[in-house]
Design a protein around this ligand. Structure first.
Ligand code: FMN
Length: 368
C-alpha cells in the first residue's frame, strides 16, 4: 500500500501537520530513501554486459516488490537465474504463480536491455527441470535494439487515481498486440466493483492482511534497510507516522482510523479507472507464467511510451479459499473455459510517480 503525497493530504484533512515547525519541515525534506533508490541511478553502470543488462532487469514490476531473483554468472558470457525461495507470499500466492510472473518480467527486461546494448540473449527456460534454475542465458554480440528499451527508466506500476480521460479506441487498438484492453463502460464498472470487493476480502481476511502488513516498510530508515515490500515513505507519509496516524499496529486493526482512511483512499483510486488490461493464457504451467511476465513487462513498457499508466490489481486472481468466488467471477467475465486470467491491471492516465526501492545488484549475485 503506497500512499501518494496527494492521498496523504486527504488523509490529514488538507492540512499540514508540521506547518508550525520549521525543524520538522526541515526533517521532512530529507525523507527520500536515497540508498534504496540507488539501483535506479546505477543501472547501466557496469563493465560486464551481463551485469549491465541485469542492473536494468532488477527494475521490473514484481509482486509486493519482493525481488525474488538470484543470479549466478557462468563462464564469460552466461548466467543462470534462480528463484529466491526465501522471498514468497504464501498466503496470497500459494502456488508461486505471481512470483513466477515477476521472474518472467525480469527475463524480458534482461533481454530488452541487452538488445539496447548490442547483445542478443539466448534463453533456455527451466534447463534442469522445474526445481532447478528458472533460466540460463547466453549473451552474444550483434542484436538490434528493442524499441521498448527507451521506456525502462520511466516504467512504473501507477497506484494512483486516474483522470476521467477515456482510453480511446485508437489507443486500445495500439495495445491490442500486448493485451486485451477493456474500455466498455459496463464491463469497466463490473471490474471496478469486483476488484474492490476482492481488495476488501484481502483486507478483512486476517492471514492475508497480516502477510501485507508484515511486508510494510514504514519510513526512510526501514525502506533503506529493506528496499523491498510495500514502502510507505516520503515527507507526507512520514509526517503521518510522526503524528501517530500511520503505524503498523493500526494497519492490522480494521477498527482503527488509519485502516479505515486507507480503505477510503484505495476505494477512490480503484474506482478512478477508465479501462483495464488483461492477460490470459490457455495453460497455467510455469512456462505459461514466465511467458505472462514477459508479456506484462512489454505491455507496461508500451503503455509507458504511450503516456498511459498501468497498475496490477491481482486480488481477485489469487488462489486461496476466501477468494474462490471472486476468482470464479473474474474467470467467467474475462476468460474462455479452461483459460487462466494471469494478470488484470487498471489502465488510464495517472500522474508521474516516483520509482520504487530495489536491492542493489551486488546483493542478488551469488558469485560476482
Ligand atoms: C504478478 C504481479 C502482481 C502484482 N499485483 C499487484 C497488486 O495486486 N496490487 C498492486 O498494487 N501492485 C501489484 N503489483 C505491482 C507491484 O507492487 C510493483 O511492481 C512493485 O511494487 C514494484 O513497483 P514498480 O512496478 O512501480 O517498479 C504486481 C506486480 C506483479 C508483477
Amino acid at each position: 500500500m503506497t500512499l501518494s503525497r496527494r492521498q496523504a493530504i486527504t488523509l490529514i484533512g488538507g492540512g499540514t501537520i508540521f506547518a508550525a515547525s520549521a525543524a520538522a519541515a526541515g526533517f521532512l525534506t530529507t525523507r527520500t530513501p536515497t540508498l534504496a533508490l540507488a539501483p535506479w541511478e546505477n543501472a547501466g553502470g557496469y563493465d560486464d554486459p551481463r551485469k549491465r543488462a541485469l542492473s536494468f532487469a532488477l527494475l521490473v514490476p514484481n509482486p509486493h516488490n519482493l525481488q525474488p531473483w538470484i543470479v549466478d554468472l557462468e563462464g564469460t558470457d552466461g548466467l543462470a537465474l534462480y528463484q529466491d525461495q526465501s522471498r514468497k507470499i504464501p498466503h496470497t500466492d500459494p502456488f508461486d504463480r505471481q512470483i513466477t510472473i515477476g521472474l518472467g518480467c525480469f527475463l524480458e527486461q534482461l533481454v530488452i536491455a541487452a538488445s539496447a546494448d548490442g547483445y542478443a540473449v539466448d534463453l533456455t527456460l527451466f534447463p534442469d527441470g522445474p526445481d532447478g534454475a528458472i533460466a540460463r542465458a547466453v549473451f552474444s554480440p550483434g542484436a538490434k535494439a528493442d524499441p521498448l528499451a527507451s521506456a525502462i527508466m520511466d516504467r512504473r506500476s501507477c497506484k494512483e487515481a486516474y483522470a476521467e480521460t477515456l482510453v480511446s479506441e485508437r489507443a486500445a487498438k495500439e495495445l491490442a498486440p500486448y493485451a486485451d484492453v477493456i474500455t466498455d463502460s459496463d464491463m469497466v464498472q463490473l471490474l471496478r466493483d469486483l476488484t474492490w470487493e476482492a481488495f476488501l476480502i484481502e483486507m478483512y481476511t486476517p492471514h492475508t492482511l497480516k502477510e501485507s502488513v508484515d511486508l510494510m516498510r514504514f519510513g526512510k530508515a526501514e525502506i533503506n534497510a529493506n528496499p523491498d515490500g510495500i514502502s510507505l515513505g516520503g515527507p507526507f507519509l512520514e509526517s503521518l507516522m510522526l503524528a501517530g496516524i500511520l503505524n503498523r499496529k493500526d494497519q492490522t486493526d480494521p477498527e482503527s482510523i488509519g485502516f479505515q482512511k486507507g480503505l477510503e483512499i484505495f476505494n477512490t483510486l480503484m474506482m478512478a479507472t477508465p479501462a483495464y488490461a488483461v492477460l490470459t493464457s490457455d495453460g497455467n504451467t510455469r512456462v505459461d507464467q514466465i511467458t505472462t511476465g514477459r508479456r506484462w513487462l512489454r505491455l507496461n513498457l508500451a503503455t509507458t511510451q504511450m503516456g498511459l499508466s498501468l497498475h496490477p490489481v491481482s486480488q481477485c486472481l489469487q488462489e486461496y479459499p476466501e477468494m474462490a468466488d471472486q476468482y470464479a467471477q473474474v474467470h467467467d467475465l474475462l476468460a474462455a473455459p479452461g483459460q487462466t486470467v494471469q494478470m488484470l491491471g487498471r489502465l488510464g492516465y495517472g500522474p508521474k510517480t516516483a520509482p520504487s526501492p530495489r536491492w542493489p545488484l551486488e546483493t542478488r549475485l551469488r558469485n560476482a
